[in-house]
Design a protein around this ligand. Structure first.
Ligand code: HEM
Ligand SMILES: [Cu+2]
Length: 609
């Protein structure tokens, strides 16, 4: 038998039994578990599926809030100094007197847009929601390893979000020093900056709790037969992501505490001596180093960009295999690339700091590592592209989004190379080119992949499919307008227009030939908002009225589809815990009447090769 030898149980079995005992699956002998009350079922649930949904809904709301902030900014960028009609006065005399946006308010919106999108939107959606919901199902586990820790992780995240939002209402408003919170500015700015740090401490803690949980779950709770090399690529992506969170966040947690001390306890971790503010020497001990913060921040924030992108790649890989009806091309290369990428992501951080005067030796080191890290990304993207070759592609809605991801992430990645080389970065640093580059990675890249995931797993979560026509309108509108927003940023940036300018560059002569793009980009941003309406309608309508579908609607091979009903069993996921007999993508295996062989399907004589 081809896979017979591998069918022996992994070391995961004993733990599985324990977890099973903690979360009994429906066992006719003992009757169904008692129904928990409302609070335990929906609010303080320990079921990974409910927590995943909580994460998903909260994160989608934060994405919407982060997007609304930026739509306000886009008004100011397109029409600097003009009053925002209708709603302008709602934001108060201090922020928008007579509807005209103040620079301080623009800075709050910008800093909070970045913070919310990254830490409260994308990561919670990619890891907290998709990771939580899908990983235990895909590895055949009844739940996460530490269900209560999982619940704590969500609620600490929620608190972090509340603190961040509340910061808009403290004196002088929210944080204004960007999502990077660079000192000295961040050390001396108004109270919103303190709130930002406290919010970040919650968010970091939440991520750490989640990360240990994912690692333990994936190492310990795999179903019998689910060897590492039989894990779906999505699980691999989440596995590496959890390592990144676990190892990269602690330095920032320490740094955030240092910065808090600088602000509240009179220390000078990040404050140099003799700092002059508004013409006067600042009365602090001094002797600290602003650069130290940059190191600690980017030691997290570079791996963090892979936290944003790896789960997205995982989602896209699942959907491509399923809709080409072929195994992923180069599964092993994908796995080794993602591990290597995770490792390398810890030694590239100072490519964000080329203009700090770091000297040629250090800068050479970080240029080289940055060029090296692009190799596994290219391998992954190429493998996904090649996977399309010769497939009879089903252009389902999730597949459209997954296909859209490939070239968009390609643009995002390739435009990063000039930023990884000091000579070009010195020109491009802190311009709109950077904004264009990373938005291609996170918006038409990651967000498109997350939408793909929503359309793909919606039937698993609800038992109903989302509407295809609305889905396709949503896809074309989104991809079109996102390019309309972000592409011109490259042009502006190469012309030298700086980022974080509240008038979009109006006062600079160099911006003149390219400033007209601002209006175009803003109109695209508002149209992008309109293009989300079909999605919102589709989402809510499909919850109630969507077409009811069978458990394995996409005819997929992985366990969440083949071994669990839709939605999966409330506590324990599977009616009967699955045993795994084969790799994750056995599509179109010759000699079978079906073009897919689920991982839990026992081999028959016909499988022998
Ligand atoms: C899809 C709609 C989006 C639009 C129209 C948009 C637009 C913008 C604009 C205009 C800026 C400010 C440029 C400046 O003044 O320097 C900005 C900054 C930023 N955006 Fe977005 N963005 C979007 C989505 C996202 C997403 C999905 C993420 C992250 C996952 C993100 C992360 C950031 C970050 C980190 C900054 C930098 C903030 C700072 O300067 O501190 N954005 N965005
Ligand atoms: Cu980086």
């Amino acid at each position: 038998m081809a896979n017979g030898a591998k069918d022996k149980n992994t070391h995961a079995a004993p733990e599985l039994d324990e977890a099973q005992a903690a979360h009994p699956t429906h066992d006719p002998g003992h009757g169904p578990p008692p129904e928990p009350g409302f609070w335990r079922k929906y609010v303080f649930s320990t079921d990974h599926k409910v927590i995943g949904i909580q994460y998903g809904i909260t994160a989608l709301l934060f994405l919407l809030i982060g997007f609304c902030l930026v739509m306000l900014m886009r008004w100011q960028l397109a029409y600097p100094g003009e009053a925002l009609p209708l709603i302008g006065k709602l934001f108060g005399e201090a922020n928008m007197p007579d509807g005209v946006m103040q620079p301080e308010f623009y800075n709050q919106l910008g800093a909070m847009h970045g913070t919310i999108m990254v830490f409260l939107g994308i990561v919670p959606l990619a890891v907290g929601a998709f990771g939580n919901y899908v990983v235990p199902l895909q590895i055949g586990a009844p739940d996460m390893a530490f269900p209560k820790l999982n619940m704590a992780s969500y609620w600490v995240y929620f608190l972090g979000g509340v603190v961040m939002l509340a910061s808009f209402f403290v004196p002088a408003g929210a944080a204004k020093a960007g999502w990077t919170s660079y000192p000295p500015l961040a050390d001396i700015e108004t109270m919103g900056q303190t709130m930002w740090l406290i919010g970040m401490l919650f968010l970091i803690t939440s991520s750490l709790l989640g990360a240990v949980n994912f690692l333990t779950t994936i190492i310990q709770l795999r179903a019998p037969g689910m060897t590492f090399m039989r894990m779906p690529f999505f699980v691999w992506a989440q596995f590496v992501t959890a390592f990144l969170l676990l190892l990269a966040f602690p330095p920032l947690e320490a740094a955030a505490i240092f910065q808090l001390m600088d602000r509240l306890a009179g220390t000078s971790f990040f404050l140099p001596s003799g700092l002059v503010v508004s013409g006067e020497v600042l009365d602090v001990a001094g002797g600290g180093s602003p650069l130290l913060w940059q190191h600690l921040f980017w030691f997290l924030a570079h791996p963090e960009v892979y936290v944003l992108i790896l789960p997205a790649m995982g989602i896209v890989a699942e959907i491509i295999a399923n809709n080409t009806r072929k195994p992923l091309w180069g599964y092993k290369a994908l796995v080794y690339s993602v591990i290597f990428l995770g490792f390398m992501s810890f030694i590239v951080w100072a490519h964000h700091m080329f203009i700090t005067g770091m000297g040629t030796t250090i800068s050479a080191f970080f240029q080289v590592t940055t060029m090296i890290i692009s190799i596994p990304s290219v391998v992954i993207l190429s493998a996904l592209f090649i996977s399309l070759w010769g497939g009879s592609i089903r252009f389902t809605t999730p597949m459209l989004f997954a296909l859209g991801f490939l070239p968009m992430f390609g643009i995002g990645g390739l435009t990063g190379l000039p930023l990884g080389l000091a000579p070009t970065d010195i020109h491009l640093h802190d311009t709109y080119y950077v904004i264009g580059h990373f938005h291609y990675v996170v918006a038409p890249g990651t967000i498109i992949a997350l939408f793909a995931g929503i359309y793909y797993w919606f039937p698993k979560i609800t038992g109903r499919k989302m509407n295809d026509r609305l889905g396709k309108i949503h896809f074309w509108g989104t991809i079109l307008f996102m390019n309309g927003i972000f592409f011109p940023m490259f042009i502006q940036g190469m012309a030298g227009v700086s980022r974080r300018l509240y008038d979009g560059g109006q006062v600079y002569q160099i911006a003149e030939p390219v400033i007209h793009y601002n209006e175009f980009m803003s109109i695209c941003a508002w149209l992008l908002a309109l293009a989300q309406i079909p999605f919102i309608i589709n989402f809510f309508m499909s919850l109630k009225k969507g077409e009811k579908v069978e458990a394995n609607v996409w005819k997929a091979t992985t366990l969440e589809w083949s071994a669990a009903p839709s939605p999966p069993v409330a506590h324990g996921n599977f009616p009967k815990l699955p045993t795994v007999h084969r790799g994750p993508y056995e599509y179109s295996v010759p000699g079978h009447d079906r073009d897919y062989l689920p991982q839990d399907e026992a081999p028959t004589v016909a499988v022998e090769r």
